[in-house]
Design a protein around this ligand. Structure first.
Ligand SMILES: CSC[C@H]1O[C@H](OP(=O)(O)O)[C@H](O)[C@@H]1O
Length: 356
């Protein structure tokens, strides 16, 4: 894959989350679009709270933030002995692991650091601390590289024209550039993206608040629509492709993504519109055979009872699943950092992991 563009040629945005000597610095996504603010977190509890409250969100972004949370622990702990350090490390790992259950990137990132630490248990304490910080930075840098590759792969396969996307799988959902965001930015750079339809994505409005903000910031032509308009726009023949992110893709190609994705997939099938998901290998969980096994996060009733901080309903019972699962039969392809995977997904996803 020839990478024609560098990240700075595709976006004016900074990285969404970074680690600098004992501080995790991240864009507070709850404040967007009205305020752009980078907050500095100095404890593991603050990083865990940022993930739970969605100050940082998006599968790869929360994976990187969690890994940086372990780096922050390593560089700020007062532990004197290796046993004390390891007790604190496992406590930090558990705190971060228990933040959100659906995006597999969180567990992939935490387990990658934990495995390295356990493999180097006999090293000196300073060497172990250095390894943690270095590995967390590698996870972040690899995410940017993966997004760049997916951007180029995706722009090669999506048809020229109008694209619809749901939620935010842009730069804000990753360390930099985005998964969907990288594809859209390369298409925009090459003049093949004529118009982007952005679903507002109730109840947390990641589309209206985050995608509309970041793609407009980078000059991508877009129209914002409410979620219930997507079907009509498709019926009018105004959508040439749909592209969404993923929080967990499993061995048969079923995948979990923001609530409302399944609805779009069924509508896309009805209207003969190509439907792609974009995700790095860190989002693929080959240990699960079907999407039925994916844990689906349920969030607070307040997210549904309010909109933009205003109450829009009486205090009634609410069901608020943050994700749904789209069966692989609705998928045209999976755009990954190792190329585009087409059906049969079970066989072709296995092959993906065999390629080194
Ligand atoms: C590139 S992963 C983005 C993925 O994560 C989002 O969920 P949330 O905003 O709750 O973290 C959404 O499902 C996006 O597609």
């Amino acid at each position: 894959m020839e990478l024609k563009y560098k990240p700075e040629e595709l976006t004016r945005l900074p990285r969404s989350v970074i680690y600098e000597s004992g501080k995790v610095k991240l864009i507070d996504q709850r404040l967007l679009p009205r305020e752009f603010k980078v907050i500095e977190l100095t404890t593991v509890d603050e990083v865990a709270r940022a993930i739970v409250t969605m100050q940082v969100r998006g599968a790869p972004a929360i994976g990187a933030a969690a890994a940086f949370g372990l780096a922050l622990y390593a560089e700020t702990t007062k532990a004197k002995t290796k046993d004390e350090f390891m007790d604190g490390f496992y406590a930090a790992y558990d705190k971060l692991k228990n933040t959100r259950p659906t995006a597999v990137n969180l567990f992939w990132a935490l387990n990658r650091v934990k495995k390295l630490v356990e493999e180097h248990r006999e090293d000196s304490l300073d060497e172990i601390k250095h390894l943690i910080v270095e590995e967390a930075q590698k996870i972040a840098d690899e995410d940017v590289e993966a997004n760049l590759r997916m951007g180029h792969y995706g722009a090669e396969v999506l048809p020229e024209g109008n694209v619809l996307t749901h939620c935010n799988a842009g730069s804000l959902a990753t360390v930099h550039l985005g998964t969907v965001g990288a594809v859209l930015r390369v298409m925009h750079k090459e003049g093949t993206l004529k118009l982007l339809w952005v679903d507002e994505t109730r109840p947390v409005l990641q589309g209206a608040r985050l995608s509309a903000w970041e793609y407009h910031y980078d000059g991508i032509p877009l129209k914002l629509i409410s979620d219930n308009m997507a079907g009509f726009v498709m019926q009018q023949g105004k959508v040439d492709a749909i592209i969404v992110g993923a929080d967990r893709i499993v061995a048969n190609g079923d995948f979990a993504n923001k609530i409302g994705t399944y609805t779009l997939a069924v509508l896309a099938k009805e209207h003969g519109i190509p439907f792609f998901t974009v995700a790095p290998l860190s989002t693929i969980d080959m240990s699960l055979k079907s999407g039925k096994e994916i844990p689906i996060e349920e969030r607070s009733k307040e997210e549904v009872l309010t909109c933009g901080g205003c109450r829009i309903a009486p205090d009634v019972d609410v069901y608020n699943p943050a994700f749904d699962v789209t069966p692989h039969k609705y998928l045209t392809g999976i755009i990954t950092d190792r190329g585009v995977v087409y059906p049969p997904f079970e066989r072709n996803l296995k092959r993906l992991f065999k390629r080194e």
